[in-house]
Ligand binder design. Structure first.
Ligand code: LLP
Length: 436
């Protein structure tokens, strides 16, 4: 497991606070998020890309009012993909022009709210949506800035459910028609550009490509950048217009276990800038303004989940099942994507022999696994606290009420002080929705 900081008694500490007191004050399970770490990551993305690019934090990874304020203060923009995320962003004071709206099936209400609010861009994902957004903008007497999301035909090396730029999936508009990768001009994306340019309600500002998530290899991004520049070149040749922006999406991987070796923002920025400049120079294009949309790489490493052990079952010759007080309701990623996590005994140290363990939740199915394979000391016992690192992205965001579980709070830790930013759900919250 990853290195964790401990006090003299062997108790894991975060931001100067020990997990035993945190568990006492806030209960378990709970997510603890390091605000300074979040802000530092925002800054390193911002600095790496510099003033001629924009960093849009992907709110789907984790969004709350506090997060929106931090992003605002750190100069980041925000990508939202639903009315709920848009409402949170606006409520917490993110200027609309710094918001981008995404999604493959945005509702009329969502589009209307975004256009009315004046969001900086809407990313168009289908032919129907080109017309829909244009129509809504015209009705409101506005001209909406839009990008067209294309699929570039890259197979990102990641789990099937989170790879998005290969051909057979629901997002974006294909760059090339049929199986030919070279004929950009005859492909659906070039046709989408043609249609968007004709509509008064739209100001087409650029092309968008997001190839997947939890990616380590820059090769996919390079292909993506090259393909997007091919389309820009085609648009220049066909329409005499140089589209001013491109967005290369998010998807940069983080370290969940010590096997993962993530790229730093400055390496990513350097690689992307180089390939875009090189391709543009070759095509004789002005270099467009670049934007990226990291979610996981910003928030993922900033939080851990704290659980309390309830039962321990040793299965002779197999492994030991260590049950904690949460599970697939607060982290569904292991069950859904076979995601790997590490885990540490957090409330004490132990010299006991390590034993092959599986950390499981309290839900009513055997797939309810938090950490599939871990070595925990053989004296792990009820009442011990376990910390699972790197749960900042897509854990609270994908938390659910299976078995009427109450979704855990998010607590930020900064300068030796802990503060709830999303409170724990209560049975009253659950029953409030149940109006039968
Ligand atoms: N931009 C777009 C258009 C996206 O669809 C996504 C993620 C991102 C940016 C941010 O990607 P990131 O940098 O966070 O990888 N629930 C899955 C991840 C789904 C990602 C969906 N789109 C998981 O837990 O791994």
């Amino acid at each position: 497991s990853r290195t964790v900081r401990r006090n003299a008694d062997g108790v894991v500490t975060v931001g100067g606070l020990d997990v035993t007191s945190l568990a006492e004050e806030f209960g378990t399970p709970a997510y603890f998020l390091d605000e300074d770490d979040f802000r530092t990551r925002c800054r390193s993305w911002k600095d790496a890309f510099g003033p001629d690019a924009d960093v849009f934090y992907a709110g789907k990874a984790f969004l709350s009012r506090a997060v929106v304020r931090w992003l605002h203060e750190e100069g980041l923009n925000l990508d939202v993909c639903s009315g709920g995320e848009l409402a949170t962003a606006l409520d917490a004071g993110m200027p609309a022009e710094r918001i981008a709206l995404h999604g493959n099936n945005k509702s009329t209400e969502e589009i209307t709210r975004a256009v009315e609010a004046g969001v900086g861009r809407i990313v168009l994902d289908s032919f129907q949506e080109i017309v829909r957004v244009a129509h809504i903008a015209e009705k409101l007497g506005k001209r909406q800035r839009v990008q067209i999301r294309v699929t570039v035909g890259v197979e990102a090396h990641t789990h099937e459910f989170i790879a998005t730029a290969h051909e057979d999936q629901k997002f974006g508009i294909a760059l090339a028609g049929g199986t030919s990768q070279s004929e950009v001009g005859g492909g659906p994306a070039a046709e989408a550009v043609r249609r968007a340019l004709k509509l008064d309600g739209l100001e087409l500002i650029g092309i968008h490509s997001h190839i997947g998530s939890q990616i380590f290899d820059m090769a996919g991004f390079e292909v993506s950048a090259r393909r997007v520049v091919q389309l820009l070149t085609h648009v220049r040749d066909e329409h005499g217009i140089e589209l001013p922006e491109i967005d290369l999406g998010g998807g940069l991987g983080i370290a969940y276990t010590s096997d993962d070796d993530p790229r730093e923002p400055h390496e990513i920025a350097k690689a992307l800038n180089e390939i875009v400049s090189k391709e543009c120079a070759a095509a004789g294009l002005r270099v467009p303004r670049l934007s990226v949309e990291p979610g996981r790489a910003i928030v993922g490493p900033t939080a851990f989940t704290l659980y309390e052990v309830g039962t321990v079952k040793e299965l002779e010759g197999l492994r030991t099942y260590v049950s904690v007080d949460g599970g697939m309701s607060d982290n569904i990623r292991t069950a859904l994507y076979d995601a790997e996590y590490s885990v540490a005994l957090a409330s004490r140290t132990s010299d006991a022999e390590p034993m092959l363990s599986r950390v499981v939740g309290k839900h009513c199915e055997s797939g309810d696994i938090v950490v599939r394979d871990a070595f925990l000391p053989s004296d792990v016992a009820p009442g011990d606290l376990l910390a699972v690192p790197a749960t900042g992205a897509y854990c609270r965001a994908m938390a659910n009420n299976y078995n009427h579980a109450l979704r855990p709070p998010v607590v930020t830790v900064k300068d030796g002080e802990a503060r709830v930013i999303v409170r724990r759900e209560t049975e009253e919250d659950l029953l409030r929705l149940d109006v039968g």
